[in-house]
Design a binder for this molecule. Sequence first.
Ligand code: AMP
Ligand code: MG
Length: 198
Amino acid sequence: MKTALTISSKKAAKYIRSGGIVAFPTETVYGLGANIFNPHAIEKIFTAKKRPADNPLIAHVENLGQIELLATNICNSAEKLIKEFFPGPITLVLPKGEKIPAVATAGLDTIGVRMPRSDMAIEFLRECGMPLAAPSANLSGKPSPTTWQAVYEDMFGKIDCILQGKTTEIGIESTVVDCTDEIPLVLRSGAVTIEELR
Ligand code: AMP
Ligand code: MG
């Protein structure tokens, strides 16, 4: 596969809209995105990363309204965390909406939702016009990439495009919080600390 390199969010988004997969910077690490509503595009992510099919992807949104396209029955504690921490380096696990293909969430009836805060991520998501399924843009088992050059090393020739942004601001993954019940549970520690969550 030919991999395009670009600094244009607009150009990168065209690959997403035609069913491709694109690496893009966020404030945590570089993500590898696909249209969350296109199961064929999502399968390409698993292939490119050699990611086990039982490892769910995180959905990325650029505005609060898009959360309703992904999740249902959002409880009060989840609402509170959204108000406090979105946009930012946190992923909330919520009950999954009907339109999300099973391949995106590894067959789970929940979905991880995050709103990145870096300008380039937001601009790119806006150009795409839909939420993206996006794990980190590394080969499975390798460290998460914080530069486009690190993405290039793992992914050149395997994905449609790399959006060349700056080195990521934070460099570690988002904190994952299960919000399917009123009492939130931290599933993966990350950029937002337990103290901040409390
Ligand atoms: P990555 O985007 O590569 O950092 O990986 C996403 C990680 O988020 C997964 O490996 C899980 O640990 C977590 N995750 C994503 N979706 C869910 C979900 N529905 N339920 C529980 N954990 C999730
Ligand atoms: Mg990862």
